[in-house]
Design a binder for this molecule. Structure first.
Ligand code: SF4
Length: 707
């Protein structure tokens, strides 16, 4: 790495991968990013992980889309069959005018023939707040319903459902950096060492200065080396385990009576419910000794300040909302919300899943989680958006369909057209054979992306878009911190910034949109979102601001709800959680448990990280992790191929030995198209958050070597 003079430009922006939102500087030479340096952002304090540091080169990959593509009239049948370098048999290049006319014309034709409900949209948590805002506005205004969603449905929708229900807000109550003021922390169903690596460094520091870290996970995740307590509980037993811990707190009178009386409701019902969950009764179900459960209860309840962090191991279950309800109840009964070093923190996955959800890219809420059926909020939005096209009268006041519900309706041919921006449901949805068959049935699919993704294989028209390092706008991280992103480079070839494409599509669909600068979008979005009060575009030019910000000078509130909750009466609520078993349990045919997730080097469906030389070089091959004893029992050596089969399908994948995985489990990352984990996953969903049960499928594992 040379000195500054060696680079043509340096640009301050934010990492495009996980929800930590590390601030960084991109050094550009001869039109290419050559070096990435961590900056002193509020979340990362100069740190970066391997993805942020070395994963930048995907933006220069030869697979980048540089011109709009239209499906050829003589293209083969739609399927997962397009070579990203030899796409000419399926698509032909088009200029923007023709592509946009084709994209908008196809959607308008479906609207005309079948009504707006024939079209739905998936926006993206990888795009900016402004792009998410415009995307949901387009679907709501142009098609007059709320069938718009994004990948929050696949990650923390159940956490958000429980948080809104019980504390009145879907975001974290404290930044993860607050752990420096805590003396006890629980990390449950999360693997921050791989999925939020920079946040994990703060957790490790916390233990170095004496903080007690309680790690709970069916896998022995990396933080176990730093934990005071490691509870490797049985998959799916979260509610039993957490209720048992709370039972002890009640039984031994360790709860914070004063806090409960001052700030909560429904305590008596919770207390009554917990009577049936003694550690002795729950020990076998959750696989944790009663004394360990008691010790954890005493440790957490005895903390001066304690935080709870959780990830998708909590949320991706049909009882994901119940899991989060338990965590909220645990914090509330011990008075561990609203003070420095206390709080509830679902670690958000994608770089802007927090911001995209805040901006209304979800079917049940307008911007700022305001219910779509509420007349006051609808009128507020209509007042800002205007009703020039007479759309508002027809705009449905019913909650829209979620990701998996939309895919089901596509499969049934009730939804005939889609606009998909930066999402990859042909890799990310559960039961992929079903999802891919649905996508193939669409009469008109508009895909806007930077690569010819698996989903773009099914497109009728592909609009080349921009990577985060080519964008201007804002993103919001897991900490509620709103940060500016800035373009280090223009998009390649004829590719365009996503918000500009959405604006033109809206105009061609007849909407009177006049934005010429992304700051205009921010200003309008902020007018619909009280959470952004005092956070102006001008402030964000020089500062990161944590929402809520109480004045134009306030850098924002790292900890919220010190004096009550944004619920009727100002009180948080205890919602007792009953035990709901996983949707399918192991049996003679499918005797093991499969769980899915991410790896340090690969992010989500792999469209970016598998096109990064360093990241793909370190982790180039699809792999499934099993305990060495399980491999021995199967007669499989690490590195050999195995077949995994569930009720949905089969994949062939390389076996890897990992003592952290329980003996009856197999862990499969979902980034690899050649062995796509989601072919196997169960589409059953949580009834509240509508999130699929990615973390629990009954599976059969077979060796593939010759007998
Ligand atoms: Fe990027 Fe997350 Fe790594 Fe930070 S921790 S560099 S945001 S992937």
């Amino acid at each position: 790495v040379g000195d500054r003079a060696d680079f043509d430009s340096e640009t301050e922006t934010v990492c495009p991968f996980c929800g930590v939102g590390c601030k960084l500087s991109l050094k550009v030479k001869d039109g290419e990013v050559r070096y990435v340096q961590g900056l002193n952002g509020p979340a990362n304090e100069n740190r970066l992980c391997v993805k942020g540091r070395f994963g930048y080169d995907y933006i220069h990959h030869g697979h980048r889309l540089t011109k709009p593509l239209i499906r050829r009239a003589d293209a083969p049948e739609k399927g997962l069959n397009v070579d990203p370098l030899n796409w000419q048999t399926h698509f032909r290049e088009a200029d923007w005018d023709e592509a946009m006319a084709f994209a908008a014309g196809g959607l308008a034709k479906l609207r005309q023939a079948h009504g707006g409900r024939a079209v739905a949209g998936f926006g993206s948590a990888k795009c900016t707040n402004e792009e998410a805002y415009l995307f949901q506005k387009l679907i709501r205004q142009a098609f007059r319903h709320n069938n718009v969603d994004h990948c929050t449905r696949l990650c923390h929708a159940s956490s958000v459902a429980a948080l809104i229900e019980n504390v009145g807000s879907g975001a974290v109550t404290a930044t993860f950096n607050e752990i420096e003021n805590a003396d006890v922390a629980i990390v449950i169903g999360a693997n921050p060492v791989e999925n939020h690596p920079v946040a994990a460094t703060f957790f490790k520091q916390f233990t170095k200065r004496g903080g007690k870290l309680i790690v709970m996970d069916p896998r022995g995740v990396g933080l176990r080396r730093h934990a005071s307590h490691m509870l490797q509980f049985r998959p799916g037993a979260d509610v039993s385990m957490l209720n048992a811990i709370m039972h002890v707190i009640v039984e031994e009178g360790l709860y914070d009576e004063q806090y409960i009386q001052a700030y909560t409701e429904n305590w008596e019902a919770e207390k009554e419910h917990l009577k049936g969950f003694s550690p002795e009764a729950m020990a076998e179900i959750c696989g944790i000794e009663p004394e360990v459960l008691r010790d954890v209860a005493r440790t957490f309840a005895g903390a001066k300040a304690a935080m709870i962090f959780w990830g998708m191991g909590v949320s991706q279950h049909i009882h994901g909302t119940d899991n989060s309800r338990c965590l909220i109840s645990l914090a509330l009964m011990c008075g561990q919300v609203g003070r420095p070093g206390t709080g509830l923190h679902p670690l958000r996955g994608q770089n802007n899943v927090q911001g995209a959800s805040d901006a209304g890219l979800i079917p049940m809420f307008l911007p700022d989680y305001r219910p779509v059926e509420n007349t006051t909020y609808r009128d507020h939005v209509i007042g800002i958006w205007g009703d020039q096209e007479g759309w508002a009268e027809d705009w449905s006041d019913k909650r829209g369909l979620t990701v998996t519900e939309i895919i089901d309706q596509v499969y049934e041919r009730n939804i005939k057209g889609m606009y998909i921006q930066g999402e990859n449901p042909a890799m990310s949805d559960p039961d992929l054979d079903h999802a891919r068959a649905a996508l193939a049935r669409l009469e008109h699919l508009v895909v806007q992306d930077i690569f010819l993704t698996e989903t773009a294989n099914y497109a009728d028209v592909i609009l080349p878009a921009s990577a985060l390092y080519e964008k201007n706008g804002t993103v919001s991280n897991t900490n509620r911190q709103v940060q500016r992103v800035r373009p280090a480079l223009p998009p390649p070839g004829e590719a365009r910034e996503d918000w500009r494409v959405t604006v033109e599509l809206a105009q061609r669909l007849g909407l009177n949109w006049t934005y010429t600068d992304v700051s205009q979008v921010y200003d309008e979005m902020a007018a619909t979102m009280p959470s952004l009060d005092n956070i102006t575009w001008d402030r964000l030019k020089t500062q990161t601001v944590t929402y809520p910000s109480l004045s134009p000078e306030d850098p924002g509130q790292a900890v919220v709800f010190g004096d009550g909750f944004p619920r009727a009466g100002g009180r948080a609520k205890f919602t007792p959680a009953a035990v709901l078993p996983p949707d399918e349990v192991p049996d003679a045919e499918f005797p093991m448990i499969m769980t899915t997730g991410r790896q340090l080097e690969h992010w989500h469906t792999g469209s970016m990280t598998r096109r990064s030389k360093v990241l793909d070089g370190v982790e180039p091959e699809a792999n499934a992790s099993l305990h060495p004893k399980t491999l021995r029992r199967l007669g499989v050596e690490p590195g050999e191929l195995i077949r995994l089969t569930t009720r949905r399908g089969s994949i062939t994948i390389m076996a890897r030995a990992d003592r952290a995985v329980a003996e009856d489990m197999v862990f499969v990352p979902f980034a690899y198209v050649e062995a796509a984990a989601n072919i196997l996953t169960n589409p059953a969903v949580d009834p509240y958050g509508k999130i699929p049960e990615f973390k629990f499928s009954a599976v059969r594992v077979e060796p593939l070597h010759p007998a």
